[in-house]
Design a protein around this ligand. Structure first.
Ligand SMILES: *[C@@H]1O[C@H](CO)[C@@H](O)[C@H](O)[C@H]1NC(C)=O
Ligand SMILES: *[C@@H]1O[C@H](CO)[C@@H](O)[C@H](O)[C@H]1NC(C)=O
Ligand SMILES: *[C@@H]1O[C@H](CO)[C@@H](O)[C@H](O)[C@H]1NC(C)=O
Ligand SMILES: *[C@@H]1O[C@H](CO)[C@@H](O)[C@H](O)[C@H]1NC(C)=O
Ligand SMILES: *[C@@H]1O[C@H](CO)[C@@H](O)[C@H](O)[C@H]1NC(C)=O
Ligand SMILES: *[C@@H]1O[C@H](CO)[C@@H](O)[C@H](O)[C@H]1NC(C)=O
Ligand SMILES: *[C@@H]1O[C@H](CO)[C@@H](O)[C@H](O)[C@H]1NC(C)=O
Ligand SMILES: *[C@@H]1O[C@H](CO)[C@@H](O)[C@H](O)[C@H]1NC(C)=O
Length: 716
């Protein structure tokens, strides 16, 4: 398996209340014989256009709501899924988060229990309503590593063709929201265009704030940025299409209503319809759709035999693009100057600008750490550092906007390019549960070679100082109780193992094993390197950023809610590994096979197995494409109790986006360089804040802020 931490950047979720309201609002599109899905089928058959067929969003929603619901099947699913959810690293902390966590608490297992009860009572009207309840539950954790692809919730994307942007006049004034068309007009006929002040009668910031909750950062500013389009999203594309290219306001798997009424400051308004673009449709009814997409292949109750190909052909319309394995040679990106070099999938791009104020600065853009061609990523980033030094560049900008992570070793290696002498500090814990304990025990009886490849390997793990190993599985497992949760001992991957070519970390790391230390010299001082984020920085991006920050490298965050004050640079999940249930299955398949032949597992063990370890996805009662959890919490060198995602870390500076920043990435680098290297401005109150390198000011948030205000008030 690959060790990776990419956060799925968009989860599908529709809140149950929204769904119910939507159903109530639906104007009936029914003709006598066809249900909504059948009508889509008919329209699609009659459609001869070259682009996708556009249907009203409500018709799409009504079709989803017509998928049948089977109580027994759903209960069976929940029982299996609960076993898997218990592998999530921080269930107790999500329920009772330490101060510093920005998002509301959530009790995932409690919610799942209620869902099971409701399913047993046959209280869901459709598969879609049931799936939406599961998605809503997971969304409440705001964890890009915690997600599941359920059959009904990724079928449709609700969209409109009026993307919005939030722009500031000069990067430090409070931004306002415009339609993209108006933002363009603003440059030529300023007096004729107005910002949006409210949507559907609700204050624009508050309305878009709610929409932003459909994304999965653990920070409100990062979430807010996901509402709008941005250049780095369109970098992560397969042949020009990326799910979030237009931003969540315009492309969402969450139903947000049949239309939006935008109210402008000048008193006028505009109505924007929600549509679904259908690229493929072969289903004649809700039942048909359910049987084809939800029932597993070979399911006995499946009335019609589903062709195997229907599983691999795009199910869809417009689906959340899964992380793509073949992204070969996408065009050079729009909005960017011509790169000096790049990987063919645009996962790394280098620039050596010549104009002021960047004439002494080199720029490396890394929109994800998930390169298709590992060697090319390795080379492009390595050669960047050396070329920058050769060109006599004094400063470096690393643009990480939109970076949802990827292969951990790609982050580690990129750090080593800048700081060849510095160790790769990592410290982790998993949640110490019965399932994990059982798996770890079972795996530890396998021969060393097989077992090293698992994340639950005590033989491949060491203490964070890399000097001491563990004596047994029990030694690694613990448990240690902190903050009301049992966790494993603090551990790191034994970095010596990076030397083994078949020990698959996904990428070699400079100076380990057969990889020569290259470059050998540290070319840039930490104060001459800055990181740019839009808050959307998750998993491997946070591993890289924390390592750089540990050396004194500063971060500037762009965008966020229209308010002054600090913003976090890393708004995404800081967990150090995502674990897919298929990884678990392959980890265990071998163990189980060996168990039969060599008595590695007793009968009692096998009984426990069924109780605590979920069956492989193929045996689940619904078709599930993937189910992932954040399996490991990461800790910083100074706090081995509170996982990193619960600690607030302001960036060293914040700026808002200007329209130019949106159009031309180079202007954003100029603004960042001015603010960080020269005498440019940061947003008021955004420097020296809590968790930044130079923290002098305390930042209160949410409930704490309210309490602080009340206290202050009562004192007066
Ligand atoms: C496509 O549909 C349009 C409108 O229904 C019709 O006018 C046109 O002739 C059709 N074209 C073809 C090639 O069938
Ligand atoms: C940005 O605009 C605000 C308001 O007009 C002004 O106070 C501030 O000085 C401007 N900043 C710069 C760098 O021009
Ligand atoms: C008011 O603002 C909107 C949005 O920019 C614009 O489309 C409209 O033309 C403006 N109306 C007037 C009367 O200027
Ligand atoms: C990477 O660089 C090495 C030299 O260090 C070279 O041998 C190799 O061919 C390069 N590979 C790619 C894919 O660029
Ligand atoms: C790390 O792994 C190497 C290679 O297997 C081994 O020699 C070394 O003892 C391990 N380190 C620790 C601290 O256990
Ligand atoms: C932690 O584990 C111990 C030993 O298994 C157990 O007694 C204790 O109740 C557990 N604590 C929590 C919070 O689960
Ligand atoms: C183990 O052997 C039993 C009895 O032969 C068989 O039913 C079971 O499927 C086997 N399990 C695995 C995982 O091979
Ligand atoms: C903020 O931190 C910087 C860097 O240490 C320092 O120069 C500056 O004086 C600090 N500002 C405040 C208001 O503390």
């Amino acid at each position: 398996m690959r060790f990776r931490t990419d956060a799925l950047l968009a989860t599908a979720l529709l809140t149950a209340t929204q769904a119910t309201q939507a159903t109530a609002n639906i104007i009936s599109h029914r003709s006598d014989s066809l249900d909504a899905c059948g009508q889509i089928n008919q329209r699609f058959k009659n459609y001869n256009g070259s682009t996708a067929l556009e249907i009203p969003g409500e018709l799409g929603l009504e079709c989803l709501h017509s998928m049948p619901f089977e109580s027994e099947r759903a209960v069976k699913f929940v029982k299996e899924y609960r076993k898997w959810l218990l592998f999530q690293s921080d269930l107790e902390l999500l329920k009772n988060p330490p101060a510093g966590y920005q998002m509301p608490p959530t009790d995932l297992i409690g919610i799942l229990d209620n869902i099971e009860k409701k399913a047993a009572d046959n209280d869901y009207k459709s598969q879609y309503e049931f799936d939406s309840a599961i998605q809503k539950m997971l969304a409440s954790a705001f964890d890009g590593h915690l997600n599941i692809q359920l059959c009904s919730s990724t079928i449709m994307v609700f969209s409109n063709n009026v993307p919005l942007i939030s722009i500031s006049t000069n990067g430090t004034t409070i931004p306002e929201v415009y339609t993209i068309t108006d933002a363009k007009g603003l440059q030529t006929h300023k007096d004729k265009v107005s910002p949006i002040v409210s949507i559907n009668g609700e204050d624009v910031e508050s309305y878009l704030g709610k929409i932003s909750l459909g994304d999965n950062s653990q920070d409100y500013d990062a979430l807010y940025n996901a509402v709008f389009p941005s250049n780095p999203y369109s970098l992560d594309v397969d042949g020009g299409y990326s799910f979030k290219e237009l931003g969540l306001f315009s492309e969402s798997q969450v139903w947000t209503g049949a239309y939006h009424t935008l109210h402008f400051a000048n008193g006028s308004s505009q109505v924007v319809d929600t549509v679904v673009n259908v690229k493929h449709w072969e289903w004649k009814s809700g039942k048909d759709l359910y049987e084809a997409l939800c029932l597993p292949l070979g399911s006995t109750s499946s009335k019609r035999s589903v062709k195997a190909s229907s599983k691999v052909t795009p199910k869809i319309v417009d689906k959340l693009a899964p992380k793509i394995s073949k992204r070969s040679q996408v065009p050079a990106p729009k909005g960017y100057p011509k790169p000096s070099s790049r990987t063919s999938d645009n996962s790394a791009l280098t620039f050596f600008p010549e104009d002021s104020p960047l004439e002494d600065t080199a720029v490396l853009a890394i929109p994800n750490f998930e390169p298709e061609d590992i060697e090319s990523f390795y080379n492009v980033t390595r050669d960047f550092v050396k070329t920058a030094a050769k060109k006599n560049k004094k400063k470096v900008i690393i643009d990480l906007q939109g970076n949802g992570g990827g292969i951990i070793a790609a982050g580690w290696n990129t750090f080593r390019l800048f700081f060849p002498d510095q160790p790769l500090y990592s410290a982790n814990r998993f949640r110490a549960t019965e399932g994990v304990n059982f798996m770890g025990e079972a795996l530890s009886r396998l021969p060393v070679k097989d077992e090293e490849g698992s994340i639950l390997s005590w033989k491949g793990s060491v203490k964070p100082d890399q000097k001491e190993g563990f004596d047994s599985w029990g030694d690694l497992f613990g448990p240690n109780e902190f903050l009301g949760m049992n966790s494993s001992s603090l551990f790191a991957v034994n970095l010596t193992l990076l030397s083994y070519p078949d020990y698959n970390y996904g990428m070699p790391v400079s100076g380990y094993g057969e990889m020569p230390l290259d470059p050998k010299t540290q070319y840039f001082d930490p104060e001459d390197i800055i990181l740019i984020t839009d808050g959307i920085c998750a998993s491997t991006c946070t591993i890289f950023t924390e390592l750089m920050k540990g050396q004194g490298v500063r971060t500037i965050a762009f965008g966020g809610r229209p308010q002054v004050g600090p913003m976090q640079g890393m708004g995404g999940i800081k967990g150090s590994m995502v674990y897919d249930i298929s990884d678990l299955a392959s980890d265990l398949k071998q163990a189980k096979e060996l168990a039969n032949s060599s008595a590695l597992l007793s009968d009692e063990d096998l009984e426990k197995w069924d109780k605590y370890v979920p069956t492989p996805l193929d045996d689940w009662s619904y078709t599930v494409d993937s189910a992932r959890v954040n399996i490991i919490n990461a800790f910083g060198p100074t706090n081995d109790h509170v996982p990193r995602q619960y600690i607030y870390e302001a960036a060293e500076c914040r700026r808002f986006f200007t329209y130019d920043n949106f159009l031309q990435q180079e202007t954003l680098w100029q603004d960042a360089a001015n603010a960080m290297f020269h005498d440019g401005e940061c947003v008021e109150g955004s420097t020296n804040a809590t968790g930044s390198l130079y923290a002098t000011q305390t930042k209160y948030s949410g409930r704490q802020k309210l309490l602080a205000m009340i206290l202050e008030h009562t004192r007066e």
